[in-house]
Design a protein around this ligand. Structure first.
Ligand code: GAP
Length: 435
């Protein structure tokens, strides 16, 4: 019951081609999902908004696209091959199901939630996904699929700084896949084994770290709010000493009130000088900087903002999913994120003159930056329903009046109000509203 809304969103995603279970015709694969045609659009829109925010609105943040596979020693330096990137795992002695010890209900710590069997003592389980590179599969060819995109940024810190003549403070950001052998993936796309991150590392002088930590916390929270997420559903949650990752001096999660409880959607971390000092030690490349006042050397401190594409997507969908209106269901997602911006319909599909005119308008709009849908099935009411369900902000209908005076009706998703707009003004009309 409590996950009812999540189930509704899962069903919408499957039905309307947003998200499919991975390898579904083979029975699925735990913690892996595929994006369908409308999911790709939504994901790309989320990434585009993040890119606009990080690389256009902010100054001196540079984009990188580093590789998924790196030298194995990168993960020794980062601490991922040690206990720091491990979760406590408990296995049932009877049915051999495995659980994350910290996710088990406190009152029933040592009992299997499925069969009631006794659980073994917790042991640490490393989350890195292993692979081998090269023709011989032995220990020397072992490496990992990256567990976070972060490390590719640190490895390229000097390259980017030199190439871009960047002075501290500056940032490097990237979007890319990460892999974790999660013990208990779940809550749909909330916890997966293959997912994408949108991460940014901001390099600062040690004395400025606290100031930028506060700055980035606010900036990142505002991003979700500006994209329409209800403020009362968002909060900061500071990490306790026990929860702090091995690298972090202080950290706060941005959490959302999901149907299954509050959950992290983004982490803002003050990583201190852990990363660049460790990579200097392990690689032999000196990544420290000279303090222009004292002449001494220091390692830049890092403020990290680390968001997940899928978790953001889940937030945007759940937050926009409101079926309280019994008359009609509308996915009230921010128009900038909506998979389609506009849908074009001929009022009657059996009138060639209307269909031809509508096809021309559809083709012209498609040549703009807008993603436009075409629909000539069923009646107009069904078409509106179908577009409302996937959050298309505007529907354009071509009717007999269009042939006479060159105007169409534009119907607004949220109000269902209609107005007549000149065909030649459509592009500007939508672009203005998308700003
Ligand atoms: N570089 C720091 C880092 O990776 P994290 O808190 O482990 O920190 C950051 O992850 C973000 O990545 C999370 O807030 C979440 O949005 C996303 N993320 C992490 N693990 C995930 C998983 N198993 N499935 C989906 N998203 C995940």
């Amino acid at each position: 019951m409590i996950e009812n809304k999540l189930e509704k969103v899962v069903s919408l995603c499957k039905r309307r081609g947003l998200i499919f279970p991975g390898s579904e015709i083979y029975g699925g694969i735990s913690g892996i999902y595929d994006y369908g045609p409308l999911g790709v659009e939504l994901v790309n829109n989320i990434k585009q908004e993040w890119r606009k925010e990080m690389f256009r609105r902010h100054e001196k943040i540079f984009e990188l696209d580093s590789s998924i596979l790196m030298q194995r020693r990168v993960w020794d330096a980062s601490g991922h091959t040690s206990a720091g990137f491990s979760d406590p795992l408990q296995e049932c002695k009877k049915c051999h199901r495995r659980y994350r010890a910290d996710h088990l209900p406190k009152e029933n710590k040592n009992k299997c939630p499925e069969c009631g069997g006794e659980l073994m003592e917790p042991r640490l389980f490393n989350l890195l996904v292993e692979t081998h590179l090269g023709p011989v599969k032995d220990d020397s060819s072992l490496t990992y699929l990256r567990g976070e995109t972060t490390q590719g940024i640190y490895v390229n810190y000097k390259n980017v700084k030199t190439a871009m003549a960047a002075e501290i403070p500056f940032g490097i950001g990237q979007i890319g896949k990460a892999f974790r052998n999660e013990i208990t993936p779940g809550h749909f796309i909330f916890r997966m084994r293959e997912f994408e991150q949108m991460e940014q590392q901001y390099f600062v002088k040690p004395a400025d770290a606290d100031k930028y930590f506060d700055f980035w916390k606010k900036e990142r929270m505002n991003w979700y709010v500006a994209l329409g997420v209800k403020e009362k559903k968002l909060r900061f949650q500071p990490h306790t000493k026990e929860e702090l990752a091995h690298y972090a001096r202080s950290a706060e999660d941005i959490q959302y009130d999901f149907p299954f409880g509050w959950g992290e959607i983004e982490g803002v971390h003050n990583r201190g000088d852990w990363d660049l000092s460790r990579h200097s030690d392990f690689s032999g490349e000196d990544l420290s900087e000279i303090d222009d006042k004292t002449g001494g050397r220091f390692y830049p401190h890092i403020i990290e903002t680390s968001a997940g594409v899928a978790r953001s997507l889940l937030v945007f969908l759940i937050d926009a999913y409101d079926d309280s209106d019994k008359e009609r269901f509308v996915l009230k997602i921010d128009p900038r994120l909506a998979p389609y911006k506009v849908a074009v319909f001929p009022l009657l599909a059996n009138k060639p003159e209307l269909v031809d005119k509508a096809r021309n308008i559809f083709k012209d709009l498609k040549m703009t930056s807008l993603n436009v849908a075409w629909d000539d099935r069923g009646n107009i009411g069904k078409r509106y329903y179908s577009q409302d369900e996937i959050g298309t902000p505007w529907c354009v209908t071509i009717d007999h009046q269009t042939l006479e005076d060159g105007t169409v009706t534009v119907r607004d998703r949220d109000t269902a109000n209609q107005e007549r707009v000149k065909v030649i003004e459509l592009k500007n009309y939508f672009e203005e509203r998308l700003k």
